[in-house]
Write a protein that binds this ligand. Structure first.
Ligand code: G4P
Length: 293
């Protein structure tokens, strides 16, 4: 994606050191980490620090919002992670789809050694304990609420765990979840990552004005998913349009005209971004693994 001028964003950097400490101390209490990422931006929605922070702790990647992502791209990403020794499963925490794979993947794959050890030592009754980690807005709370179920059962304080920490039982399983996700703010070394996260709404629109953001998104869609635009907006695309021309086409089709016959590009931008975020343009993934060499 082309280079663009964006205001540098600072995401509560002062909290980071404390966050790291809290996560590190909570890690001692769990058997595995469930890292939640956005299936539309699988790399960009991972905080690179998670690797070092959770080093040595078994981990499962939950590719959330898979209902909004391109299924082919999701399969490519799952293979990509598998080839790097990471188990990833697609989930949709809004409907709960895919979450039935969580416990089997944990016990048969991610935590297999631990399970075998517990079985040998007649400790199979011991609950599997998990902690949820991820950047803001990827669906951590939705995941915890889904897993805890409607009859949310809180587990009493454990020795060594401070009173404020709550464990919730994962419905229909012998597993418990720390009812407090670890939130890792993203570092934006790369502007294109910030841009993709801004498309999804995960970071505030104020890094770019709404119109520039919508134009960048339209250019991406016209190149990678032209059908999403022709089907939704009934516009024709040659592939040569500028972002502004695309935006004007959408606005005109939607009758967003202001005095003088000009297109109200601000309204058109809001429409494009809202409809993309709501999945109305179809299932779209914003990045694929980089090809090596
Ligand atoms: P966080 O704790 O990681 O910050 O994320 P949270 O669960 O609050 O989810 C952020 C937004 O993403 C919420 O939408 C939530 O409904 C939505 N979401 C979570 N998981 C999924 C999913 O698998 N698919 C889809 N399509 N959306 C998902 P919101 O607009 O902030 O709130 P609302 O729509 O729930 O009112």
């Amino acid at each position: 994606m082309e280079n663009i001028d964006m205001k540098p964003i600072q995401w509560f950097p002062g909290h980071m050191a404390k966050t790291r400490r809290v996560i590190a101390s909570n890690l001692k209490l769990v058997d595995a980490v469930a890292e939640v990422i956005d299936a539309r931006v699988p790399m960009g929605s991972r905080n690179p620090e998670i690797d070092s922070l959770t080093a040595g702790k078994p981990r499962i990647l939950l590719m959330n919002k898979c209902d909004l992502a391109d299924q082919n791209a999701t399969s490519i990403w799952i293979n990509y992670f598998r080839n790097r020794g990471i188990s990833a499963i697609p989930v949709d925490c809004k409907s709960g789809k895919g979450l039935n794979k969580l416990m089997p993947t944990l016990t048969n794959d991610v935590l297999r050694e631990l399970m075998e050890k517990r079985s040998k030592n007649h400790m199979t009754g011991m609950p599997v304990r998990l902690m949820v980690l991820g950047i803001p807005n990827v669906g951590k709370s939705s995941l915890i609420n889904r897993l805890a179920g409607s009859k949310r059962a809180e587990v009493g304080d454990r020795p060594g765990v401070t009173r404020t920490k709550q464990w919730v039982k994962i419905e229909n399983s012998n597993a418990e979840l720390l009812d407090m996700p670890g939130v890792l703010w993203h570092k934006f070394d790369d502007q294109s990552v910030a841009l993709k996260l801004a498309f999804t709404g995960a970071i505030k629109d104020d890094i770019l004005d709404t119109e520039t953001l919508a134009m960048k998104l339209l250019l991406f869609l016209a190149e990678k998913y032209p059908d999403s635009l022709t089907t939704r907006y009934k516009i024709e695309i040659s592939g040569q349009e500028t972002g502004l021309e695309l935006l004007e086409k959408v606005g005109r089709k939607r009758g967003m005209i202001i005095s003088g016959g000009e297109v109200n590009t601000e309204r058109a931008s809001i429409t494009v971004l809202d409809e993309f975020r709501g999945g109305k343009l179809g299932r779209i993934t914003l990045e694929l693994p980089e090809k090596r060499g």
